[in-house]
Ligand binder design. Structure first.
Ligand SMILES: [Zn+2]
Length: 391
């Protein structure tokens, strides 16, 4: 291992990460109400001697951006994460052996505590640093209330590093790509109030039956997608039907039909293209009926792909090899997250590297402190490599 990096890692204090993670968990921060935890986080960054900026554009969900400025010119490496948690209550935080329990433990106050420790270590070697380390903590992440509103504004105003590590995600792989995702809702409404089946004539629209045609079309499309090209790391595109609702009584003509689900698409494809494809498939069914079939397609995120030979990817792979002693395989991020925004809206290489996501949104939510410490070691070594802090 590089001598300077080894010296840095020898100062890593796993207990400090545990303590900060506990403190973060003790401050509730459901999406939309994360000001108190953000203040706490900004105070810790200030104590570490960073240049700290607060962004108050979104009341109740401020962001904080902080820099460790190196002594030499160079790129900005950003470590990014959210401080809001899903609004599902869990017992107050507590520690049991290696595990720390609490809402947000792994998603993602634990990793944000690890970032504080990474920052503390790198602030001590800024005289060797080429460029700067940027820490960005924000809210309005978790759906449905959070849609990345504050992060999007930060990016639009140029508050973005030259490369970004989203510090949530797998800890045994580096996620460099992910599919895009949107949700569809297809509604079919009859022309009037529901009637008794005996009042219906042959040409009374029957939304449920039209809905079955739409569902059959979607099922065939899903099969087609599954048989389609397998994309590197992410697999195939997909379409999923999650809800089919129609009818309210056994002998009434249903007044409506509603079909809801997800469509996941290849990195590199854009939402508008997927929308056009949807409309085209529905057109074939629309030609067979006068009953309107309405589509609402809502974009969650487009997909993204960071090049395998990007400097950021190489720095993380080398860091993992030297700290964990194994190769770090490349992978896809199965869910949709903020790397898409950094890559698509910001045009920067972005990846996910975290402490594992198995317990995200689960009850109970917990995190392994050993895995957090390991994440901090890898991030420290990666940042050191990216910012030229080597012997
Ligand atoms: Zn998260």
């Amino acid at each position: 291992m590089d001598k300077l990096i080894a010296a840095l890692l020898s100062q890593l204090d796993a207990e400090e990460i545990a303590r900060r993670a506990c403190e973060l968990l003790a401050i509730p921060s459901p999406t939309g109400d994360s000001a108190a935890v953000t203040d706490y986080y900004a105070d810790r960054l200030t104590e570490l001697g960073l240049e700290v900026h607060r962004d108050e554009e979104f009341a109740g969900s401020p962001s904080v951006i902080a820099y460790v400025n190196g002594a030499h010119p160079g790129p900005t490496l950003e470590l990014a994460g959210h401080l809001d948690v899903i609004p599902v209550a869990q017992e107050p935080p507590y520690r049991a052996g290696d595990l720390l329990y609490g809402r947000g433990a792994c998603d993602m106050k634990g990793p944000m505590a690890a970032v504080l420790e990474v920052t503390r270590l790198l602030a001590g070697v800024r005289q060797h640093m080429h460029g700067r380390l940027m820490v960005c903590a924000y809210g309005l992440h978790e759906a449905p209330l959070g849609r990345g509103q504050s992060l999007l504004r930060l990016i639009a105003r140029g508050n973005i590093g030259d490369a970004v590590i989203c510090v949530e995600g797998p800890d045994d792989a580096l996620a460099i790509t992910g599919r895009g995702m949107c949700t569809y809702e297809i509604s079919i409404a009859g022309p009037g109030d529901p009637v008794h089946e005996l009042q219906a004539t042959a040409d009374t629209p029957h939304p449920l039956l039209i809905g079955l045609d739409v569902a059959a079309m979607l099922r065939d499309w899903a099969t087609e997608l599954r048989a389609g090209p397998t994309l590197p790391y992410v697999g195939t595109e997909s379409l999923f039907i999650g809800q089919f609702e129609s009818g309210d009584f056994y002998n009434r003509v249903p007044g409506h039909c509603r079909i809801v689900g997800t469509r996941r698409y290849a990195p590199g494809r854009r939402f508008d293209e997927v929308l056009a494809e949807f409309e085209q498939r529905l057109e074939a069914i629309r030609r067979t009926t006068a009953t309107p079939i309405r589509l609402t397609l809502t974009k969650t995120r487009d997909g993204f792909r960071t090049a395998e030979d990007d400097r950021l990817v190489q720095a993380l792979q080398a860091a993992y090899q030297e700290t964990v002693g194994a190769a770090l395989p490349l992978a896809a991020f199965a869910a949709v997250g903020d790397a898409s925004l950094f890559a698509n809206e910001g045009g920067r290489p972005a990846v996910y590297f975290g402490c594992g996501l198995e317990r995200a949104h689960a009850t109970p939510e917990y995190v392994s402190l050993a895995r957090l410490a390991r994440q901090a070691r890898v991030l420290t070594a990666a940042a050191a490599r990216y910012l030229g802090i080597t012997a």
